[in-house]
Design a protein around this ligand. Structure first.
Ligand code: AMP
Length: 195
């Protein structure tokens, strides 16, 4: 298995690049945001809890999020060659939990690709996405909170994965295809894929 984390602020292009990466490497995509949005759309209890956090731009509590991720991993693992984790981990306790969860299953995170985009561009992209997709949390107030949470709570994971020698920063502005080919170059040079 090859397990990849696609990392970056809201609006940095994680979803767009994940779609292309699935096609190229045949990996299984787990987007925690999409899992939560589908629970909200289905009106489940979990969806109601998730909505109360998402609509404010806050993170879902770690314990709940880790349980959701573990059940997705176990549901999809039998048919998977590896995962793209998109939107998880978002906190240091989540990263610790992911490491432990994968270790218990004889796996690991091989590589973390960080899409780096300036805040002004993120804000512009998210407002545009909100207008086009109608995603409820893509409104200026919630976007502002999400970017604050990203900088205070999620961005320390760059150091976390840097120390493990797993973090590759990728400039996330410009043409989607150019960004994708930079990601592919970084992944293809990974020893776990060359083997
Ligand atoms: P995303 O689609 O990844 O931008 O996620 C949308 C929202 O879902 C986030 O703003 C959070 O409220 C929630 N969410 C998604 N993933 C996580 C996570 N790993 N930890 C906590 N909250 C999350």
């Amino acid at each position: 298995m090859f397990n990849l984390v696609i990392f970056g602020a809201p609006g940095s292009g994680k979803g767009t690049q994940s779609k292309k990466l699935i096609d190229r490497y045949g990996l299984t995509h787990i987007s925690t945001g999409e899992v939560l949005r589908s629970q909200i759309a289905a009106g489940t209890e979990l969806g109601k809890i998730a909505d109360s956090y998402i609509s404010k731009g806050h993170l879902i509590p770690d314990d709940l999020m880790v349980d959701i991720l573990a059940s997705e991993v176990d549901r999809l693992r039998p048919t998977s060659n590896g995962f793209i984790f998109d939107g998880f981990p978002r906190t240091i306790p989540q990263a610790d939990a992911l490491k432990k969860m994968l270790e218990q299953r004889g796996e690991e995170v091989h590589s973390v690709i960080g899409l780096e985009v300036a805040d002004e561009e993120l804000m512009e992209r998210l407002i545009k996405r909100g207008a086009e997709s109608g995603r409820a949390d893509d409104n200026p107030e919630t976007i502002g909170n999400r970017l604050k949470v990203y900088h205070s709570t999620t961005s320390p994971l760059r150091d976390y994965y840097n120390k493990e020698g797993k973090y590759t920063p990728i400039h996330g502005s410009g043409q989607v295809e150019d960004i994708f080919s930079n990601i592919v170059n970084a992944i293809d040079s990974h020893p776990a894929l060359k083997a």
